[in-house]
Unconditional design. Structure first.
Length: 134
């Protein structure tokens, strides 16, 4: 007879959504801007590129108007990491896992195939976010 393993329950999506909504309101009130992360990834790329060729970064049109800098958005992205770590440990759902288990059912047992699909999906999502200036 197979023993049924009860998976730990994560946070309520209603609570998490409500807290995210409050964070959005606080962000607009405090900074006049909506929360976002895609600009931070572009700025971080600028930081890294400055190590190798700072003059080139200074001449790039995007970085003339959006200097690579540490600002509230970078702190927000860092907060996403630590917030998700806290949420997963308090709900006892923390585990090291490259991709969700449900991806195995959709894309098969090949870890390389699942990683490739996740990577391409990330590129498409980031492209769309940047296209929308988000």
């Amino acid at each position: 007879m197979k023993e049924e393993v009860k998976e730990p329950k994560g946070w309520s999506p209603y609570l998490a959504g409500g807290l995210a909504g409050l964070l959005m309101i606080l962000s607009v009130w405090a900074t006049g801007k909506y929360i976002g992360a895609s600009t931070t990834f572009v700025r971080t790329t600028g930081f890294i590129e400055k190590v190798f060729d700072a003059e080139r970064v200074k001449r790039m049109e995007y970085f003339v108007k959006e200097l690579p800098k540490v600002d509230w958005q970078l702190m927000f992205v860092v907060g996403i990491f630590f917030g998700s770590l806290i949420a997963s440990t308090t709900s006892k759902t923390f585990r090291f896992q490259a991709l969700p288990s449900m991806w195995m059912a959709r894309f098969g047992p090949s870890k390389a195939k699942r990683a490739l699909v996740a990577f391409v999906g990330g590129i498409i999502a980031m492209f769309g976010a940047r296209l929308a200036d988000g």
